[in-house]
Ligand binder design. Structure first.
Ligand code: MG
Length: 387
């Protein structure tokens, strides 16, 4: 079987691994979207000969156009370029691995076309989970998660019915600062934050893993994907990242998925589902793993984990508030304007100030609260740095 695939965010970490799977499987790549890394974009175009490539902005699109003028690939640009690329693509499945808010519109465009959505952009669900899921139901679009935990839950859910779920056990590596106290974390800069123990990832998600807000986002993601209340999702710290999450059923049986920590495992599953095909990833050697450990998360040092649970319960546009504040705060941390603890302090403050967003539900309202929230976060960070 040869599949035709679209890869959004193709130059990013997950996008590159999605292309690895396509290369290994011999899948045709019909459409890609990239940010500003036109050199890598050129390499991908030359290797996979997609029908079209969408580039984040006009200047980068112009640059890429020159680089690949001897090829047949059409160059599109901006948000409208991505949407057009999706609409005109003959891909049967799309991997959406765009990072952040920018992934939401492409998610909705793929759903509208009724194509399989292999979703790595968790922000789509954090920001607008109600809208995304109801559109997907309405159009009959399959969403297969490409997040290791959610892929594990998806697979574990094959063992029982939704009505038989007792709890979801969402595993967390604990990030680079596991076991540290708040005082030990004062003045920490981005260089330390970016050292993740097990997963190789992009910068935003590495910082989000260190603050544990990534795990919080994953609670929201799981609640939407699997229709389970946030109170039924328990975070379990599991340092080895071998057991990728589990489902506990009413009979107290726990079904989990284990594999080596490699995103290609989730990507191949999402593309091949419901089939299983020979692996693009190494096999799991339990003898060399030896033992697995489990512990409770420290929600005092990492308050954003509980805040995300609250955002799910508060509902409305609070997920969008959380995401926008975090995107801006992480950017400030990476540029050196905010230390590590400053991220959670800032996000918590923005959340308290924006609580009226609980009442907002439409896409337009969510997009406008996103902008408002970014402005507020930027001004709070400027004030902090003047102190
Ligand atoms: Mg994950």
């Amino acid at each position: 079987m040869s599949l035709c695939v679209g890869v959004l965010g193709a130059t990013g970490s997950v996008g590159q691994q999605a292309l690895d799977v396509c290369r290994e499987r011999g899948y045709r790549v019909d459409f890609i979207s990239i940010g500003k890394n036109v050199r890598l974009g050129e390499n991908i175009v030359r290797e996979f000969s997609p029908r079209a490539v969408a580039v984040a902005d006009d200047a980068a699109a112009k640059e890429l156009k020159l680089l690949i003028k001897d090829t047949e690939t059409e160059v599109l640009s901006g948000d409208s370029g991505i949407t057009r690329g999706i609409e005109e693509s003959s891909a049967e499945s799309f991997v959406n691995s765009i990072t952040g808010m920018a992934g939401l519109r492409p998610t909705l465009a793929i759903i509208e076309r009724g194509k399989r959505l292999c979703l790595a952009n968790k922000e789509s669900l954090v920001i607008a989970g109600d809208i995304v899921m109801s559109e997907a139901r309405h159009r009959g679009t399959e969403i297969i998660p490409v997040d290791s935990e959610h892929s594990a839950i998806f697979q574990s859910l094959k063992s029982g019915r939704a009505s038989e779920i007792k709890r979801i056990l969402l595993t967390a590596s604990g990030g680079p600062f596991f076991g540290k106290t708040r005082s030990e974390l004062s003045g920490i800069s981005a260089a330390d934050t970016l050292k993740h123990p097990t997963w190789k990832m992009g910068k935003r998600i590495s910082v989000d893993s260190a603050t544990l807000i990534n795990k919080g986002f994953e609670i929201i993601e799981a609640a939407h994907l699997f229709g389970v209340g946030a109170s039924k999702i328990e975070v379990v710290v599991h340092r080895e990242s071998i057991l990728h999450s589990a489902v506990e059923y009413v009979d107290n049986t726990v079904i989990a998925e284990m594999s080596v920590p490699d995103m290609r495992s989730c990507i191949q599953y999402a593309l091949d589902y419901p089939e299983r095909r020979t692996a693009c990833v190494p096999e799991l050697d339990l003898f060399s793993v030896g033992s697995l450990s489990f512990s409770r998360p420290d929600t005092e040092t990492f308050p954003l984990l509980s805040l995300a649970k609250r955002a799910m319960e508060d509902g409305g546009a609070m997920g969008a508030v959380l995401n926008a504040a975090d995107e801006v705060a992480v950017g400030a941390h990476l540029s050196g304007a905010l230390d590590f603890l400053g991220i959670s302090d800032t996000v918590c403050e923005v959340y308290e100030r924006m609580r009226d967003a609980r009442e907002l539900h439409t896409l337009e309202e969510i997009l406008s609260i996103d902008r408002e929230c970014r402005t507020l976060t930027e001004s709070l960070i400027r004030k902090r740095s003047k102190k």
